[in-house]
Each structure stands twice: as structure tokens, then as C-alpha cells.
Design a protein around this ligand. Structure first.
Ligand SMILES: C[S@@+](CC[C@H](N)C(=O)[O-])C[C@H]1O[C@@H](n2cnc3c(N)ncnc32)[C@H](O)[C@@H]1O
Length: 374
């Protein structure tokens, strides 16, 4: 390998370091650049400009996290300083650390409620890769059981698919996301993947309030709207109007929403309503397989309700090889395409459905008693 190729490898490592930092991954999951490379004045300047300089970065990670990363970085830098004549820690990094050190401590409640900007970078290697910044309050999870206040691995995996092989599902489409939480996937579709219009829905008004903030933060609140939609209720009637305008949808999205089998009959009822407005509707649903029985129970409900379900075959990259939208591979994540009509492949053969109903669809949602308890 030539020195040039070597350097390219280290620059890539530096860029991945930056992306993981902006996504606020646990510091233990972040590989710090090599000592000899990190101590170069140009590398230190790059790190300051691209990771810590408030004048250059619109949405920096919250100070406690920045402090932890910078502390570790300075520790590595100090260890790398072998020649006092030549080696030097950059003033910018040292001053930034001093400022973070004197930051005001927050009380417990403030820390729980604080919304922190998390920036997700698409897994592409272009000079200016697409990013989405989402305000998240992950500590609210434990305080009131609201699962929607952070972005889950299934959403990141779906985003990876939509930004690569699955772009055609989104381009020029009108989209509704169910159980969307803070709206990461919706915002990505509106900001970078060419969606015409996106409606972010969820049962929780609280997460939708933040989802609307997120649309604004990413400069796309003209095409991304929010609406409360609790599955199995009449909320669904509201989604067909945007002010005076009638709206129809081409694509439904959902991620990490299949964890409570007792909710599946209500979900089926909402899907039935949405598909009866447009039988050509498609749905992509992404789910971490925490319990196989739960997923089986969902597929059983789909079969009962005459939905065709195909698994989208996409190989997840091991964590160390991911370039962006970093997600855990601890659980398998499956993506399914759900339709009402059989689709024809270009050569005229039908797609093989994973799940086919035994009878003709006679309309109306069918009760599906979940096969597992939660
Ligand atoms: C685990 S979070 C997933 C959030 C987001 N889709 C993601 O993957 O990052 C599940 C979301 O589904 C919503 N949800 C749960 N049950 C629901 C229901 N019956 N109707 C509508 N939304 C529901 C929750 O409020 C929460 O925001």
C-alpha cells in the first residue's frame, strides 16, 4: 500500500469518527484515530472545525457528551506528544476543553427533559453527505415509558435501505409514517430522498410536537406535517385532509412498532382503512427481531387480513463496516414489504409471497387474536 492510500484510510477513519460523534454513540463504541495521525496540526484543526467549532457547526452535540469525547481525545493527544519542540496540542481544542470544563451543571429533571440534537449521516462517502438532525430526549424513556423519544435501530436500518437500494420507493411519493416517534425516517424522506409530502403520525402528541420541531430544524416543514393517529381509532379519517386540500398516499412506513402483540388487531384495522383508500398502497415495515413469536404473530395477523408480505432481502453490514446511520446488529432487523395486490416481476412471474391468505378477501378488517402474549 502506498503512503497516499494509507493516508486515505486514516482520513476515512477520521470521517467515521466525526459521524459517530455527531450521532452521539457511546464513546466506548467509537474508534479514535491513531496517535501519529491525530497529533498532526492539520488533523487537530480538522477535528476542531468539523466537531467542536460552534461557528462552523450549526447543531453541536450537547456539552456533557462533547466534554467526554474531547477529554479522551486530549488524553490520546498528550500521550502522543513525544517531542516538545515539534508536537503541540492545538489552542482551539485546549480552549474548547477549558470552556466545557466550566459549563453549568444541570439538575436531574433538566437532564431528563433536555432535548439533544443528534445528527445522523447517510452511509455514503461523498464530500457533503446527507444528514438529518433530530432532537431527542432519550432519558424520558425510563421516566414515563414513552418509547418514541429516541431513534431506534430499526429506523436506522430502514433509512439505510431507503438511502441505497430502496430509493425508488420514496422518490416523488406521498408518504405516511405510522408510530413515527420523532420522525427521523420521515424527515430523511422529505429532506434527501425526494418525497413529495410526508405525514408523521403517532399516538403520542408529545413526540409529534418534537417531530414538528425536527421538520423545522431540517428546513422541510413545508412538506412534512404531523397528525395524531392512534391505531384502531377514527384518527385515521383526519389524515386525508391537509387544510382544504385532499391528500392520498402511495407509501406507508413504520419502524420498531411491532413489539406489543395486543396492539396488532388495532394496527390491522388502521392498515385496512388506509389500504381501502388506495389498494395500490405499499408499506415498508422494519422490525428488530427481539422475540420471533412476536413477529410471527404479526405475520399471522397479516395473513388473516389478506395482506401479501415479502421480506426485503438486504444484508446488514457488521457494525465495524458501517459508514453512517450506525445501528446495532445485536438483534436481526427484518424489513417487510406489505401490499394488498400481488405484484408482477418484470419477467411476468409473480413475486413469491411469504404469506398468502387462504380465501378471497371479503373486505373489512378480520380479528386476529395474537398468538403470543406480550
Ligand atoms: C419504539 S418507538 C419507534 C419510534 C420510531 N418509529 C423509531 O423506530 O425510531 C414506537 C412508537 O410507536 C408509537 N405507538 C405505539 N403504540 C401505538 C399505537 N397504538 N398507535 C400509534 N402509535 C403507537 C409510540 O408512541 C412510539 O412513538
Amino acid at each position: 500500500m502506498s503512503i497516499g492510500e494509507d493516508l486515505e484510510g486514516f482520513q476515512l477513519q477520521l470521517e467515521i469518527f466525526r459521524r459517530k460523534y455527531l450521532q452521539m454513540l457511546d464513546p466506548n463504541e467509537i474508534d479514535f484515530p491513531m496517535e501519529w495521525f491525530i497529533k498532526l496540526p492539520a488533523t487537530q484543526q480538522w477535528i476542531y472545525d468539523h466537531m467542536f467549532n460552534p461557528e462552523k457547526i450549526k447543531t453541536l452535540p450537547y456539552p456533557d457528551y462533547a466534554f467526554r469525547i474531547l477529554k479522551r481525545l486530549l488524553y490520546i493527544l498528550e500521550a502522543a506528544m513525544k517531542d516538545p519542540e515539534e508536537d503541540e496540542i492545538s489552542d482551539d481544542l485546549a480552549n474548547c476543553f477549558a470552556q466545557l470544563l466550566t459549563r453549568k451543571a444541570k439538575d436531574g429533571l433538566e437532564l431528563i427533559q433536555e432535548k439533544r440534537p443528534v445528527t445522523y449521516t447517510a452511509p455514503v462517502l461523498s464530500g457533503d453527505p446527507p444528514t438529518v438532525t433530530i432532537l431527542e430526549a432519550p432519558n424520558l424513556l425510563t421516566s414515563n415509558g414513552d418509547t418514541g423519544n429516541r431513534t431506534w435501530d430499526a429506523a436506522l436500518f430502514l433509512a439505510t435501505f431507503l438511502s441505497t437500494d430502496g430509493r425508488h420507493f420514496v422518490q416523488d411519493k406521498s408518504i405516511l409514517e405510522l408510530g413515527a416517534g420523532l420522525g427521523f425516517v420521515s424527515v430523511l424522506c422529505g429532506k434527501h430522498l425526494g418525497a413529495r409530502h410526508v405525514l408523521v403520525t403517532d399516538a403520542s402528541e408529545g413526540v409529534l410536537y418534537t417531530a414538528q420541531q425536527n421538520a423545522r430544524l431540517n428546513g422541510i416543514d413545508d412538506i412534512v406535517n404531523t397528525s395524531v393517529l392512534e391505531w384502531g381509532t377514527q384518527d385515521v379519517d383526519r389524515v386525508y385532509h391537509n387544510g382544504d386540500e385532499a391528500v392520498s398516499y402511495d407509501l406507508l412506513l413504520g419502524s420498531d412498532m411491532l413489539y406489543q402483540p395486543r396492539d396488532f388487531p388495532a394496527l390491522m384495522s388502521t392498515l385496512h382503512d388506509l389500504f381501502s383508500h388506495n389498494p395500490k398502497l405499499q408499506m415498508l415495515i422494519s422490525s428488530a427481531v427481539r422475540r420471533e413469536e412476536t413477529l410471527d404473530s404479526f405475520l399471522h395477523c397479516c395473513r388473516k387480513n389478506f395482506f401479501h408480505v415479502e421480506r426485503v432481502l438486504i444484508d446488514p453490514l457488521p457494525e465495524k463496516e458501517q459508514l453512517g446511520f450506525f445501528h446495532s446488529t445485536f438483534y436481526e432487523i427484518h424489513i417487510y414489504l406489505i401490499t394488498k395486490q400481488r405484484r408482477l416481476m418484470t419477467n411476468g412471474r409473480e413475486f413469491l409471497d411469504l404469506m398468502l391468505g387462504d380465501h378471497e378477501d371479503t373486505g373489512g378488517p378480520k380479528t386476529c387474536v395474537s398468538e403470543t402474549s406480550d
